[in-house]
Design a protein around this ligand. Sequence first.
Ligand code: AGP
Length: 615
Amino acid sequence: MCGIIGYAGYRDVVSTILQGLTNLEYRGYDSAGIALQDNGEIKIYKTLGKLVNLKNELEKKKTEFEHPTMGIGHIRWATHGSPSLVNAHPHTCTCGKLVVVHNGIIENYKELREELINKGCKFRSQTDTETIAHLIAEEYSKTKDLEAAVRNSVKKLQGAYAICVMHKNAPDIIVGARKHAPMLIGIGEGENFIASDTPAIIEYTKKAVYLDDNQIAVVTKNNVKITDTNGNEIKKKIEILPWESMSLSKMGYKHFMLKEINEQPDVIRNNLSGKLFDIDAPVNLKEVKLDKAALKKLNKIEIIACGTSLHAAMVGKYIIEDFAGISVEVEASSEYIYRKTTTDASTLVVGVSQSGETADTITAIKQAKKKGAKILIITNRPDSNMARLADSLIPVNAGIEVSVAATKSYTAQLISFYLLAIHLAEVKESLDKSTLRNLKHELIQLPYKIEEILSDTTKIQECAKNFSSYKNFIYIARGVNLPTALEGALKLKEISYINATGYAAGELKHGPIAMLDETMPVLSVMIPGGITYEKVLSNSEEAKARNAKLIALTSSTDKALYNLFDAVLKIPKVSEILSPVITCVPLQLLAYYIAEFLGKDVDQPRNLAKSVTVE
Ligand code: AGP
């Protein structure tokens, strides 16, 4: 979603801010802007579209600024008001001396705007953010103290914000503040940073302080001061950031998505290491802080998540119920929030999120916490807001995921669910020893099977080329692979903009079959030896009878399949129960190659953001 970087220090301010924004680009945005403190003036530059436009604009206008000493930059993903220059950040007060960039949504902006207009403020945009600029400027006119002005103003804001503020008359300081939106301060030598996320600053420093809600930071090039809303200074721990700047490089791949798909074998190994190394020993999931007695009694789990993480959660439900016999409900966070749930102190609520910043999931988790539930968070960002709400935390260790379409974080989430389900089964003694040994043995083998798929993608590329002109797709599967069908269809939609829908194969005949003809390819996920193979095969035959073109994703070696299916995407032999970790990979690749073939912006698809921080 939106991204912020503020910089005060000895480096070239413009290029440092532009690089920081470039590192946040993957989050998705529609416009960008920068404000510079330069020679006693505030200078603002904004452009629509990609960051390269802002870079070109600044290059063109570089004679307009002399030696900027500080600056704030922003990439915007429109919420209030269309993507336009006037709505792009930074926003200013009426006289233009104060500038602000903002992530989040101010819920009471309409009331505030009206009050400020009545006081004579001149609004130029349709954004909620501009209200913040006028509000702080109004306070500043009373106190002439930017820190105090920010402090007094944020008390009046309802909603979510991470803001960075500069004022012409306070040329040495940037003031940051946050509530329900992430913000961190990067600490350097003779330089300091404010950012909405780690990648913005990782090239410059690994030392950071995370702001908490209702905290205010005053940053100069040599100093950082953090206070609460009453002005009391807070001493905060300096943390070492868990990322390498190298992870932001494509490492020779054409797109981050392709790089991240190819990283999956190592991500799985990484995720298993230290947790599963001996198939005769119990999995070591010390991250789950519930004691054995509590786990033994546990009979209700709720998993909440969005998008791809929701699909991982659906696999989680299937295997926890299968391995441990515990009843599991899975729900989209945005739906959980708006109903009277039966969550109580005996419920284990699991939040799943790549980013750990998804607003719907954070709100749902907070709601569950209020009801007394124990909270387990499965995330790729142990440094996130969601992670901070956890009683127990399973970091999925996928490394930073840059492409908007989640791939490696999905397989990493799946592995975490397999480990959790086995752990629960071991505590509950619900599976016999040989089943547990077999499961663990095969789990350890999964990275090799993915490597086999990745070593030759010719058939997938061929299939992508042959099917790239279709406008609609149906993906079908049953059982533990139903989420695979949903996830495969989501991947295709996200990056190629082709309409693809995943269905439980058995549901096809209850309605969707009416849509089938030669224009609607059907992709079937079928694992021989599993309990759903024959049924999905006959559902595929039903589709063939309606002239649909068929694609099989299967480990079957049955030659007869080639008579029925127009394309067969082969995967290595795998048991059905573990197969979702494998079946997702060719579907990620199929979506990737179709989008690539169609010339789409694979890593930054239109309208999407990497982390969705609004409800
Ligand atoms: C995945 O490809 C999507 N971009 C999206 O559905 C994503 O999974 C969803 O927004 C949830 O994000 P989270 O995992 O960071 O909470």
